[in-house]
Design a protein around this ligand. Structure first.
Ligand code: FNR
Length: 364
């Protein structure tokens, strides 16, 4: 079915899974261990109820904001996810094209299937085509061989990536990968650019990483803002602020790293309750399980500047290439605008915690 007939992100996921090989579908959907965190990423939003206000002129609504300091048409961004090429021959380039055409920010994964250079060449072509600079940020893993990620950071900064997202929830890989290796279910099944997209290359996860490593990264960033991706605990938000970072992304890596790690949305809510002032002093984002405009609004209510989506963009580009990415953004845009109107808010700043009732406060 054509992308215009797709009415929700889950429908696009289903369309992609109807033809993807089981191995690729499994790679995209996989969780670590029992998948508690992945499942809860979705259900976290269902623990809350919206309390719409009424009778306000909502003819004109403005969903625009800035994401990682970059103007964005919507409070959403493409969360960096690896190996888009497994789903479609144009892989990450589909996302670059779709994000540029819809005015949202693309996060490039450190494990993207296309070399950084090729993605940034495509960005330059898109900038020319749309007549302005699209938003693009680069995700970093601190690698055992420091020279590897340092070279990538230098390239990203030199070529105009506007922020760095340092993923800090992956100092070791998850156990699923090594188990699959034992079972022999890994291996390249489509001509890809990475040797074995189903398991991470050696040295990729660095268990020695520490806060002090940020000193060097900041130096390399040359003023480009750094955000920590994969934060859960309030004390780490405080540390990030002390370290002079621009912000934190609450995330459990789509449930692909520590299973049972709290969801990004629940971390945001808990930290908002504990220290609302802190939430205003540093930019906060969440990702994980966001599939509807109402999910986005709930996150904004508790002070998130924006939300990232990972799997939906992988499936969208797999199913329909660039058009799938555009359709995904349009669906979310319609849902966000519709929900804003039904809630009687015309601007993002008007979405307040008092408009969301949470049925379960496990930390109280
Ligand atoms: C990811 N994610 C991820 N994160 C990251 O920082 N670097 C990476 O290379 C990857 N790779 C990756 C591959 C695949 C297949 C998935 C599904 C996810 C995590 C991603 O950025 C994001 O945190 C989650 O995907 C968010 O959850 P949803 O939107 O997929 O539910």
């Amino acid at each position: 079915p054509p992308p215009e007939t797709m009415l929700g992100l889950d429908e696009i996921e289903e369309a992609a899974k109807s033809f993807l090989s089981p191995r690729v579908a499994n790679y995209y959907s996989a969780s670590s261990l029992d998948g508690y965190s992945t499942a809860e990423n979705r259900s976290a939003f269902r623990k809350c109820r919206l309390l719409p206000r009424i009778m306000k002129n909502v003819n004109t609504v403005a969903p625009q904001t800035t994401i990682f300091g970059i103007p964005s048409a919507l409070p959403i961004y493409v969360s960096p996810s690896s190996n888009a090429l497994l789903g479609h021959p144009d892989g990450e380039l589909n996302i670059t094209r779709g994000a540029a055409k819809t005015g949202i920010v693309q996060g490039i994964s450190a494990a993207a299937s296309f070399p950084l250079e090729e993605i940034l060449d495509e960005k330059d072509r898109m900038d020319e085509a749309i007549g302005e600079k699209m938003g693009i940020v680069y995700q970093v893993y601190l690698q055992k061989d420091r020279s590897k990620h340092e070279a990538q950071v230098r390239e990203a900064v030199e070529r105009g990536c506007q922020a760095l997202l340092l993923t800090v929830d992956s100092n070791v890989g998850d156990l699923r990968q090594s188990t699959e290796k034992l079972k022999g279910t890994t291996g390249d099944i489509q001509p890809g650019r990475r040797m074995d997209p189903f398991s991470d290359p050696p040295g990729y996860h660095d268990p020695t990483q520490e806060w002090k490593d940020l000193v060097k990264l900041k130096e390399l960033a040359q003023g480009v803002p750094i955000y920590l991706k994969g934060v859960c605990h309030i004390d780490d938000v405080r540390k990030a602020k002390e370290a002079g970072l621009a912000g934190c992304i609450f995330s459990n890596h789509g449930g692909r790293q520590l299973d049972q790690a709290r969801t990004g949305f629940d971390s945001l809510r808990q930290i908002y309750y504990e220290d609302p002032k802190l939430c205003k002093e540093i930019e906060l984002y969440i990702d994980g399980g966001v599939r509807r405009g109402t999910d986005v609004l709930q996150a904004l209510a508790f002070g998130a500047r924006g939300v990232g989506l990972g799997r939906p963009f992988l499936y969208a580009q797999a199913a329909y290439g660039e058009q799938g990415v555009i359709r995904t953004v349009r669906i979310l845009e319609n849902e966000i605008l519709n929900a804003m109107r039904l809630m009687s808010v015309t601007k993002i700043e008007e979405i307040k915690p008092s408009m969301v009732e949470c049925l379960q406060e496990i930390w109280k």
